[in-house]
Design a protein around this ligand. Structure first.
Ligand SMILES: Cc1ncc(COP(=O)(O)O)c(C=O)c1O
Length: 475
């Protein structure tokens, strides 16, 4: 069971302008933390008295806020045991009214940075896979490390990128997230230090948290700072580090070769294993950028490379992979049956076909993304000029510095019919309130409509008094 101290809750509480009675503001902020996962379900909240002391408010305020959240179902209390974050049974996360307001029209979901499939090549690969399937029907079909043919195709993908790789260094996983969760389960023991970027990909953070890791961060501003990376490793001595060097989620930055060298050197010096999540590989949106070498080239035994087909092909395929030293692959394979045993054979056959034509698939994906990025950036520049961003070098989303609380905006956006994820979900400690990630994976007309709805939502949220013109990209 997780338990949060009062000072931790104080740090997590979003920096939103107060409204109405103090207990209602406090309840609203705590509700958002439960809804967006910063207060995971089942987490024990501090006692009313402790929270009141930490926040400098009266005990009556915290009592009333907890009472309201209990009535709404966001908290349940057990006598003698405390109060725990929960979800109302009648609220569905898929329901846009879960923030209390009615969605205007049909919901536009900008909370997920994953594109739909490119239909033709996908359907052709699926048809081909069905044709191949009879050859695979002998035996039980469980391949804990994946189909040997697909593992070999993935090994070849690394060799083409200049990283010698044999089939026993590769396993197939349930998407890149399956690889992260498995690595976390095997490598993170309670209290182990895990170094992550800030901002970073929230589901990876949740996997490390599930293993009761102690999380520490290295900031990513306009790219990676080599000195900061080296200091972070030296000062925190992490057991594991998680980086997304290829078009970072959410900033869309590409790590330069000198930073890759520095990162590998820093990790080696303090004996840290590094997960390099290459989920966005091949999605460069800047034609002048040279290809980057795999991080693992700089420390083949120390880097666990993760990749997959969710961003180039389709997340619904659930095919990812992990490359590591053979001994680690064996350990991960031994641990996998407790999670999901193996991938479906048919989907692996589809993946094998898709990898065959991967370059063409990526070209088409890049073409669509570039057009969508153009639409989103033009609409934002025209409609919300105070929101600033650096053009992403690749990937699927914009990381935007906004002029008001992104947590408050989330509620107003839900009422206007757009689902967004506020900036703090991409951090670990409640900061990043002035940031918002907007993916550009939807068709142009939906993106334009989404910006129009965000304009409407922003009208309901007060500006930070000192924000205009002073928002820094560096976090
Ligand atoms: C950095 C990163 N890693 C992993 C994933 C999960 O990918 P998959 O669908 O392959 O599990 C995502 C999806 O958004 C991501 O952004």
């Amino acid at each position: 069971m997780r338990q949060l101290s009062a000072s931790h809750v104080r740090r997590l509480l979003p920096d939103v302008p107060p409204f109405g009675p103090a207990y209602q503001s406090l309840a609203a902020s705590l509700r958002v933390l439960v809804l967006d996962g910063r207060l995971p379900l089942g987490t024990r909240l501090p006692a009313e008295r402790e929270l009141a002391r930490a926040l400098g408010v009266s005990r009556t305020t915290t009592s009333a806020a907890y009472r309201l959240l209990r009535q709404e179902g966001y908290l349940h209390s057990r006598r003698g045991a405390g109060s725990f974050a929960s979800f109302p049974s009648d609220v569905s996360v898929a329901d846009p009214s879960w923030l209390g307001g009615e969605a205007a029209g049909d919901l536009i979901d900008l909370s997920i940075a994953a594109p739909g499939p490119i239909r033709e090549p996908f359907l052709a690969a699926a048809a081909d896979a069905v044709e191949q399937l009879p050859r695979y029907l002998a035996g039980d079909g469980y391949r804990v490390l994946g189909l040997p043919e697909l593992r070999e195709a993935v090994a070849e993908h690394y060799r083409r990128r200049g990283l010698a790789t044999s089939v026993d260094e590769v396993m197939i996983t349930s998407g890149a997230q399956g690889a992260i969760a498995l690595a976390s389960q095997v490598l993170v023991s309670p209290g182990a230090t895990v170094l992550v970027e800030s901002p970073t990909y929230p589901n990876a953070v949740d996997s490390f948290r599930a293993g009761s890791a102690r999380l520490v961060t290295v900031p990513i501003g306009d790219g990676w700072d080599e000195e900061l990376i080296e200091a972070a490793f030296r000062q925190t001595l992490p057991r594991l580090a998680y980086f997304t060097p290829d078009f970072q989620n959410p900033t869309g930055r590409l790590m330069r070769s000198s930073a890759r060298t520095a990162l590998a050197r820093a990790a080696t010096a303090v004996d840290t294993l590094v997960i390099a999540d290459e989920s966005y590989l091949g999605l460069s949106l800047d034609g002048s950028l040279p290809d980057a070498e795999p991080l693992a080239v700089h420390a083949p035994e120390r880097v666990i490379s993760i990749g997959g087909l969710s961003k180039s092909a389709w997340g619904g395929l659930r095919i990812g992979w992990l490359r590591a030293a053979p001994s680690l692959i064996q350990r991960l394979g031994a641990a996998r049956p407790s999670m999901d045993i193996a991938n479906p054979v048919l989907e692996q056959l589809v993946a094998l076909r898709l990898l065959d034509g991967h370059e063409a698939l990526l070209r088409e994906r890049r073409r669509r993304l570039a057009a969508q990025l153009e639409v989103l950036t033009s609409a934002l520049a025209a409609e919300l000029p105070a929101w600033t961003f650096a053009r992403p070098e690749g990937g699927l989303s914009l990381w935007i510095a906004i002029d008001r609380s992104s947590t408050s905006l989330m509620g107003a956006a839900a009422r206007a019919g757009v689902r967004i994820v506020p900036g703090p979900r991409f951090g670990i400690d409640g900061t990043l309130e002035r940031f918002l990630r907007l993916p550009f994976v939807l068709p142009p007309a939906r993106l334009r409509e989404a910006v129009a709805r965000l304009v409407e939502a922003a009208e309901d949220v007060p500006r930070f008094a000192d924000a205009a013109g002073e928002v820094s990209y560096v976090v």
